[in-house]
Design a protein around this ligand. Structure first.
Ligand code: BG6
Ligand code: MG
Length: 214
């Protein structure tokens, strides 16, 4: 294994709960009650695809202008919620793993669907730890399409087969598997479907795991 690619929301920082909270508010405005189970399917996909799913689940149809309005509003609510996010919000095990990668000379990349990724990494103060950052602004296809991870591997100059991807979403794990990378699911409750390995958090991965796969 020659490189690590990290998803952002739900892996590096617990912003997944703020995406859920803001979509819940937008859902309510549309007369739809978004459930936790449904929210699992919003993880890893883009803002527009998330709204499309909500509209679809609710059997709601709105025009393009309104769609734009709700996406903008969702992002405003979300940005307000993440306003105070800082390095204290970095999830357990992240810094340890980043340090481990640095010691071992393993380059790391970010592979996120979020258009807020740069801003969030900046807030966390770990932007410069990533050799490559691929986000919602630098991809045209979103997870489960593998583009985000393949682009990451290409920019890191490594073979996709030599990459470990850390993901908390079903869509992201699917993307990593399609890219022929080693998918590691991160989920506090249960497992991510089809992930090659599953752990409750990055902190739960024993360093021997890496010694074995590297
Ligand atoms: C992903 C999240 O990382 O980014 C999704 O898992 C989110 O829930 C997507 O919809 C897009 O994020 P943003 O910040 O561009 O709205
Ligand atoms: Mg995620």
């Amino acid at each position: 294994m020659k490189a690590f690619i990290f998803d952002l929301d739900g892996v590096i920082v617990d912003t997944a709960k703020y995406h859920f909270k803001s979509w819940k508010i937008i859902g309510k405005k549309l007369g739809f009650e978004l459930t936790k189970t449904q929210n699992e399917f919003l993880k890893g996909i883009s803002r527009e695809e998330s709204l499309d799913k909500i509209l679809n689940w609710g059997g709601i149809s709105i025009d393009r202008m309104d769609k734009k309005k709700y996406m903008k509003e969702k992002n405003l609510i979300y940005k307000e919620l993440i306003n105070n996010v800082d390095k204290m919000d970095i999830l357990p095990g992240v810094n340890k793993l980043i340090d481990f990668a640095a010691i071992k000379g393993i380059p790391i990349a970010l592979g996120s669907a979020s258009k807020n990724a740069h801003g969030i990494l900046k807030k966390l103060g770990i932007q410069n730890k990533f050799k490559v950052i691929i986000d919602g602004n630098s991809t045209s296809k979103t997870k489960p399409h593998p583009e985000v991870f393949l682009k990451g591997a290409q920019m890191l100059g490594v073979n996709p087969k030599e990459v470990i991807v850390f993901e908390d979403s079903v869509a992201g794990v699917k993307a990593a598997n399609t890219a022929k990378m080693v998918s590691v699911g991160i989920c506090a409750s249960g497992k991510i479907e089809n992930a090659r390995f599953n752990f409750k958090s990055l902190d739960d991965i024993p360093l021997e795991f890496f010694e074995n796969v590297i």
